[in-house]
Design a protein around this ligand. Sequence first.
Ligand code: ZN
Length: 298
Amino acid sequence: MRTGGQILGGIDAGGTSFRCIVATGPGQILAEERFATTSPDETLARAAAFFADGPGRQAAAIGIACFGPVAVDPAHPRYGTILSTPKHGWSFCDVLGPIRAASGRPVAIETDVIAAALGERQWGAGQGEDNLAYVTVGTGVGAGILSQGKPFHGALHSEAGHIRVPRHPDDGAFAGVCRFHGDCLEGLASAPALAARWGCDPADLPDDHQAWEIEAHYLAHLCATLVLVGAVRRVILGGGVCARSGLVGRVARRAGDLLGGYEASLDVDGHAIVVPPGLGLQAGSLGALVVAASACPV
Ligand code: ZN
């Protein structure tokens, strides 16, 4: 899946905000609009309106990078629908249908992390690599895997953010915050987990705080699992938490230790190939363009 220089539309449909763009790629964004995620009706109507008038009308097709869980297999009876979610009002909400009906153009949908992986592969830190994972660590923890250039999906999509990980030796008392599993990875390493464990906004923790050593431990286990189970050669660590100075490098070293030289996904120093995003906060919306390309008639 790649774009071919045509004008496409992308929607980064997040639980906090939506970002809509019309573009051919990074640096060639013809129009952009960002707004808060409110009720489904209001939010989807605003996104549809973006593509109905002005520059938005130029998009040949529209891709949606959607928060999940979401049905992304066209054969799924609820294709394009968000499934059961803690996000108030959004459970079993059809995201794709209203955009397609209002725009009259082909529309495709992917998970936010798969879309980001596709965007990073075409323009960012995933260039030249067909087997990679994109991880986001923020309100939740999610991972999207590309296997031989294609999104890796099963009955639904990967939920690698909810794997169990061994406790850091200094973190035995914290119960975790995942509403489903308590102390799964998301329950221990998401931004809300950091806030609950340390009693402050994670942004206020200094770079040399023990929090980041513990965080690196947990994220290194995810990276090692993605290498071993997903057979990826590169892991891109995105999301607000991973923007912390020094954290990605620390995770790379820890993941290399965990893998013990066993896998091909190591650099010459034995570190796992764990890198920051090349597209920053635009990975989702730009990745949605690649998703849009998959909907274009050939
Ligand atoms: Zn969980």
